[in-house]
Design a protein around this ligand. Structure first.
Ligand SMILES: [Zn+2]
Length: 100
């Protein structure tokens, strides 16, 4: 299946889509996604069988749009999120914030 950008409605194959994920935030359980086409940045949560789009609200991440992606699964690590769909595997690392 193709996964759309919610801003420009371009559609991406899963490999292109999930490689555009970055900065797994384990606390809020979300990743950042930057559209390779239009540059729009979205926060999204990878869930079993779906993607959840939303925004941080009062210290939580509120999902307001769900997009079904059959077969999607994820595994949360301490410093990364592993995403899998069919034969594809993607690893989204946590950005290490350095304390100065
Ligand atoms: Zn876009």
């Amino acid at each position: 299946m193709l996964i759309p950008c919610l801003a420009c409605e371009s559609r991406f194959v899963p490999d292109e889509y999930f490689r555009a994920c970055s900065d797994y935030n384990r606390g809020l359980d979300l990743v950042s996604w930057t559209c390779p086409r239009c540059g729009n940045r979205d926060d999204l949560r990878v869930l079993p069988g779906e993607l959840g789009f939303g925004y941080p609200y009062r210290g939580r991440f509120a999902v307001y749009v769900r997009l079904r992606v059959p077969g999607l699964s994820r595994k949360r690590g301490d410093l990364r999120l592993d995403i899998s769909l069919d034969a594809g595997r993607w690893r989204v690392p946590t950005r290490i914030r350095q304390c100065v």
